[in-house]
Design a protein around this ligand. Structure first.
Ligand code: FMN
Length: 189
C-alpha cells in the first residue's frame, strides 16, 4: 500500500501534468512518504476504450487506487473539462474506489480562463467514486512550466509555491492517518 498514488490523465508526451506529478512525487518522497504514479498514457488504450475489466494492467492500476491512502489526480483541461483518458479510467473504477481518501486535484490549462474546470468538472466526476475529502486544488498554466530541450527544468516560482503548499496540506492529511493505521504486533517467544 502506498501513502500517495498519483494519476496522470494526459495522453500527451511530454506532458505538463505528468511533469507536475513527477515533481510532486519527488517532493513527497523527500518528506518520507511512499508514492507511485499511474500514467494513463501507459495503460493499454484498447482496454481503456473498450472497458476491458479483465486487462491485467487495468486491474493493477485499480488495485493501486483502491489501496492508496491519498491520491493526486491531475488532468489537462480539454474543452473546459477533463481529458477523455481520465474519464475512460474513472469509468472502470468501482463506485466507492475513492471513499475516505484524501484527494488533491490538479489541472493544467492553456490559461487561467478555465481553472474552474477543477471545481465544475474534475471534482464532480471524482465524487461519483465516493470522493469527499478534497484538498484545495491547484491550477497550473502552460506559462508556469519552464522547459529546455523538451525537458521540464522547473515550475515558475509562484506556481512551484502553490504546488508545495498543496503538498504540505496533503502531507498533513496522510501523516496522522499513518500513525493511526493498525500495525502488526510482534509476539515475543
Ligand atoms: C484537445 C485539447 C483541448 C484543450 N482545451 C483547453 C481548454 O478548453 N481550456 C484551456 O485552458 N486549455 C485547453 N487546452 C490546453 C491544455 O489544457 C494545456 O496545454 C495543458 O497544460 C496540457 O497538459 P499536458 O501537457 O499534460 O497534456 C487544450 C489542449 C488540447 C490538446
Amino acid at each position: 500500500m502506498f501513502d500517495v498514488v498519483t494519476i496522470a490523465g494526459s495522453p500527451a508526451l511530454p506532458s505538463r501534468c505528468t511533469a507536475a506529478l513527477d515533481t510532486a512525487r519527488s517532493q513527497l518522497e523527500r518528506r518520507g512518504l511512499s508514492t507511485v504514479g499511474i500514467n494513463l498514457r501507459d495503460l493499454p488504450a484498447e482496454a481503456l476504450l473498450w472497458a476491458d475489466f479483465q486487462d491485467p494492467a487495468i486491474q493493477r492500476a485499480t488495485e493501486l487506487v483502491e489501496n492508496a491512502q491519498a491520491l493526486i489526480v491531475a488532468t489537462p483541461v480539454y474543452k473546459a473539462a477533463y481529458s477523455g483518458s481520465l474519464k475512460a479510467f474513472v469509468d472502470m473504477l468501482p463506485p466507492h474506489a475513492l471513499a475516505g481518501k484524501s484527494i488533491l486535484p490538479i489541472v493544467t490549462a492553456g490559461s487561467m480562463a478555465h481553472f474552474l474546470a477543477l471545481d465544475y468538472a474534475l471534482k464532480p466526476v471524482l465524487s461519483t467514486l465516493g470522493a469527499t475529502r478534497y484538498l484545495p486544488g491547484v491550477c497550473l498554466t502552460d506559462a508556469d512550466f519552464i522547459y529546455e530541450d523538451h525537458r521540464l527544468i522547473r515550475l515558475e516560482t509562484a506556481a512551484g509555491g502553490r504546488l508545495t503548499s498543496a503538498l504540505d496540506a496533503l502531507e498533513a492529511e496522510v501523516i496522522p492517518r499513518r500513525r493511526n493505521a493498525p500495525r502488526l504486533l510482534e509476539i515475543a517467544v
